[in-house]
Write a protein of this length. Structure first.
Ligand SMILES: Cc1ncc(C[n+]2csc(CCOP(=O)(O)OP(=O)(O)O)c2C)c(N)n1
Ligand SMILES: Cc1ncc(C[n+]2csc(CCOP(=O)(O)OP(=O)(O)O)c2C)c(N)n1
Ligand SMILES: [Mg+2]
Ligand SMILES: [Mg+2]
Lengths: 321, 305, 321, 305
């Protein structure tokens, strides 16, 4: 085992709050709405800059999202920010009706999603959010992979006249965006070209997919890596091309596999059926840190690489028939 | 077969009376109290007449809770709200949100009476692709400020728009009507707490206190009493009023914002199905659909009311 | 066009309440918990039989599910019954935590699901529930197709020591269960054998899939029809066999296609990739009756048959290459 | 990196004091008031000592809200609840639900003191696959009646189990502890309304009124006052008590069910971080993790308390 070079890891909440402060300076309509989550959303700096523009409704998520919709009706551009688990599970009908069905211009910011809360346990994990929210018509669902993408997604959502959900990670992630990257809603980003198999990853674990591609290269498998920052609407074209051109797909997410995995599967079977493996969370987690849990569920360099190898092997066997 | 069959009679749409109905407009400037009340009573009568025809023709609706709230809606739209078709783009316009969205037909009819929607369109109520579906949708009708239907959504939204008005020093007032059964939803108490603590004097919560919910009396389901005490403990300025008295309602709405600086909660004593003899205060009429005969009888009672 | 023979249609709520009354007689622990939904759940007969065993918390869905969990803790077997849209969207976190994560023995009964509320509009439609609930670990999700299956599912859930969600339809449906049918959790039912393509349907629209198979037979396409009453856990074996043996699958549901369609897609891509079409709801509905809406979204004899023909045609084209 | 880094000091687990800790057991039968209180005080001191060591070693926990609730937990488990390891299978046992599940470490330590879990297992707190994860899970520990963590769940569940007891004419009483910030959740008001209307005298809601929530004082976030008025208007028998006074708590809990036939709501005045000088009433200590030095200083203060 060679020691990996030290990679700087960032908490995407820093990029989120810095972007929000910039937006706040440019646009008076920007407000934050929180559920006693100023600190956990890292909004203290925003609150210092704009003390009147933080609406803290206390521990009341239904009210929080409803108030957000009302602020939008009242001419504001609300960023409703809370731990992803509570925001989505507790205010699901408000997200469906007040945000999505009503097509209000409001941004829902799911903080510390996936298993970021680690040892705090499944009640605090937000592993269902991607599957849940992609099943709400009219809601754009974005999962940024690093600080660059986080800032750009926040900026894009601020001017998009419709409801958006953004997952903001606290787990340290390395930069994965190419130089000069510009986030485009609904568009996948090719991080690495390849022809044997495609790894489609989203959010915090894009870097793990890149690591897996390195591991696969070592054994002669040439993996394409796509970052899929938008889960809904999903980039069907990029998925179809990946299926056609590489003949197999592994999805990778810090969420139940009905999230990104489900979304990609639905495109693949309808456009160009190829073998897939869905790497992600498969159950309520045991106690453990987020890193331990990701490894536990196989959302790891080795787990992803093994899934890709299975696909390639099954294809080879099939070809030998 | 989308509602209990026994609640839906066989109706021949063409035989349902279909009164001409036109824009009625606001109480004229400078009207005396008496003139204003007469205007509103007349309007409410016409709105009720059109409403029951719509519900009967569609074979769907919530006539009981529509008749209990019509006097409130008519007083707001034709008298009290600083809001009219010409003000829809004005950020400082007053806002109105019907949180008990199941009374949509009453809202649509009132909006037509106030000139927001074409009275002819009322005939499309519940028809395929109509903008007038069973619950009001903001994406379909520009005068609808919030999409409602699931109970307990309108009040938090109203708190948000009131809060935005306060942040902007706007003259805007926000009125929201909830059902009484609806106050069993915790989301409302979250919102009331927020409204009270933010001292949103520009907010007025009107509770359609008809004492019935879908399946039974409120007190036999999960009672709200002592309701005024609850509201006061959550920071409201509480006013009680006869919810069918246009003159009294006008005064109450004119007092918003309250001098105390608190949000106003109006407990409007109403009756479901008011004023129809066979519907009033009768839980069966929550979403029962009137037959042709019942429509005629109701129209007859309305004419003589 | 020949006139279809008159078919008797049933409201499955009748089967539900009759089964519950029988269970109530056998087992004192059975109670119903409702949100002002006695009538809409057709529970009046149960309430007449057991006046003390209906807990009506009023219009308060979070409380309703929490109280249900507490009743389970207190030794009762609660059937928590409310309109599916409110039960699932409004009490999502209670379903996740109090029912599923806690593994309480309780039954969640989603009444009038799908687009049964027709013209009442998307706020009252429960098209997301299957996608949402199948993404909650540890929760069994059942969608009965007719009165027989409804009664059996209710009976099974009453003795299953864990949380179960059952969708109970009010839209009239014909009988589709074979004589002597016995519901088995997690098992698909072959309603019609066939070798060209498989239609996998669930709930109210199983009969539409059967109609479509008739239509396909007329043009020489031999369609297998599976009724899939359990969405989670899904019957992976039946799906894999269908894929292997018929080479193509159409899913059919009165729900967003991320529900049954997503669940089947995820199995297909991982076990045996074949072309699929996902027939179901794809957006918030316009105003209309449930029948009109089902046709509008192509969840109809013709829409399903067309989807199957597309698959068969694409395969023939591929074969001709 | 699962909590704010500035809240988590570098801790060398092996240097955190790790006191021996054993089952303490209930107040002996026939103990005088003084003896009982002495027993509970001693137990609470030991529970606090073990708790802070666990949190520091794990690098995670909610020490502020744990220290505010420990006297309540200890009084319940070692004195007031009709519940012990031997009663776990008894349907009529009293139920206890910690709705503010973030104080899990305090619950685990108390459960160990009461003999429900092996004191040695406390060392696994937050470790991979431990049954002691950050919030209590009923599937992992048989003494845990309800899985909690998301606020606003415990009280509806408590209402359900109390209701079941009432239906069965059981002697069971149900106690539930909520935070004060937690009462901003509407689900609690739904449950209180249900409890009040069903007159669940066998239910006791204890509010850990430490006046702080996660990020700020409750009154600066969304104030609860007048809290007693709110609770009374929802049908509760309201009792106020010093939540760190074991003697007073014993009496309050002994009065359940209340003579009035109403559910009891206990407003337990507490302090977050009590009684540690540098933690008390300090919002920073909601989920800050103590350093080795702070653990030692706290243990020292506890010894002299
Ligand atoms: C969240 C939610 N739960 C249940 C319903 C079903 N529902 C529609 S109207 C109604 C009764 C409402 O009673 P109330 O608020 O008193 O209204 P009104 O008497 O004015 O009709 C119910 C339970 C709903 N629309 N939303
Ligand atoms: C539904 C929900 N929203 C947010 C949180 C995050 N959270 C954990 S503890 C806490 C503060 C709780 O304050 P309080 O109820 O007063 O508890 P205490 O002061 O006793 O710690 C918050 C907001 C949560 N656990 N659940
Ligand atoms: Mg009412
Ligand atoms: Mg507190």
């Amino acid at each position: 085992m060679t020691t990996a070079p030290e990679v700087a890891l960032s908490d995407c909440r820093d990029a989120w709050v810095d972007a929000l402060i910039e937006l706040g300076r440019e646009d008076e309509r920007i407000v934050a709405v929180v559920n006693d989550s100023v600190g956990s959303s890292k909004l203290n700096k925003f609150q210092d800059a704009f003390p009147d523009r933080v609406v803290n409704v206390g521990i009341a998520e239904q009210d929080m999202v409803g108030v957000g919709a009302g602020l939008a009706n009242g001419g504001k551009v609300p960023f409703v920010s809370a731990a992803a688990c509570f925001l989505t599970a507790r205010a699901m009908e408000q997200i469906k009706v007040d945000a999505a069905y009503s097509q209000h211009h409001m941004v829902l910011v799911g903080q510390s999603p996936g298993m970021a809360y680690g040892e705090l346990g499944p009640t605090h994990h937000s592993i269902e959010d991607l599957a849940w929210l992609r099943a709400i018509p009219g809601l754009t669902v974005i999962v940024p992979a690093d600080p660059t993408e986080t800032a750009q997604a926040v900026r894009w959502a601020a001017q998009h006249d419709g409801p958006v959900f953004i997952r903001v990670s606290r787990m340290g992630v390395p930069d994965v965006s190419p130089d000069g990257y510009e986030f485009q809603p609904g568009k996948a980003v090719t991080l690495r070209d390849g022809s044997d198999v495609t790894l489609i990853a989203t959010g915090t674990v894009v870097s793990r997919a890149l690591d897996a591609a390195d591991a696969l290269a070592e054994i002669g498998i040439d993996a394409r890596v796509l970052n899929m920052p938008t889960i809904a609407p999903i980039d069907s074209e990029a998925i179809e091309s990946a299926a056609r051109e590489t003949g197999g797909i592994v999805t990778v997410e810090e969420a139940l596999t009905a999230g990104l995995g489900g979304a990609v599967s639905e495109v693949v079977v309808q456009r160009h059926p190829v073998p897939m493996r869905l790497v992600g969370v498969t159950d309520f987690a045991p106690t453990g840190t987020v890193q331990w849990l990701l490894d536990h569920f196989g959302v790891s360099r080795d787990g992803i690489a093994a899934a890709a190898r299975e696909i390639v092997a099954s294809r080879r066997t099939a070809a030998e028939w | 077969m989308t509602v209990e069959e026994d609640l839906v009679p066989q109706v021949h749409v063409e035989d349902v009376p279909n009164d001409a109905f036109g824009v009625i407009g606001r109480v004229p400037e400078g009207a005396t109290d008496e003139e204003a009340v007469a205007h509103l009573r007349r309007a409410a009568r016409q709105v009720r007449a059109r409403d029951i025809q719509m519900v009967s023709a569609a074979g769907l609706g919530h006539i009981g809770g529509e008749y209990s709230v019509i006097d409130i809606l008519v007083t707001l739209y034709l008298n009290s709200l600083n809001m009219g078709p010409e003000l829809l783009g004005d950020p400082d316009r007053d806002r109105f949100i019907l949180s008990k969205g199941h009374a949509a037909a009453a809202l649509y009819t009132t909006l037509a009476a106030a000139g927001f929607i074409n009275p002819d369109d009322l005939g499309t109520f519940m028809q395929p692709k109509s903008m007038l579906n069973g619950h009001p949708a903001r994406t379909k009708i520009s005068a609808v400020e919030a999409s409602t239907g699931p109970l307990g959504h309108g009040l938090p939204i109203a708190v948000g728009t009131a809060l935005a008005g306060k942040l902007d020093d706007s003259s805007r007032r926000t009125f929201v009507v909830t059902g009484d059964g609806e106050l069993q939803e915790g989301s409302n108490w979250e919102a009331l707490m927020t409204a009270g603590n933010h001292r949103l004097a520009n907010l007025c919560v009107v509770i359609d206190r008809n004492r019935l919910q879908q399946g039974a009396r409120v007190e036999d389901t999960n009672d709200l009493e002592p309701l005024a005490d609850k509201l006061r403990a959550f920071g409201m300025e509480v006013v009680e009023v006869d919810g069918h008295d246009h003159g009294a309602l006008r005064k109450v709405f004119a007092n918003v914002p309250a001098a105390s600086g608190k949000p106003t909660a109006v407990i409007a004593r109403t009756q479901k199905g008011h004023p129809i003899s066979f519907m009033s205060d009768n839980v069966a009429w929550h979403h029962k659909v009137p037959s042709e005969e019942q429509v005629k009888a109701a129209l007859n009672e309305l004419e003589n009311s």
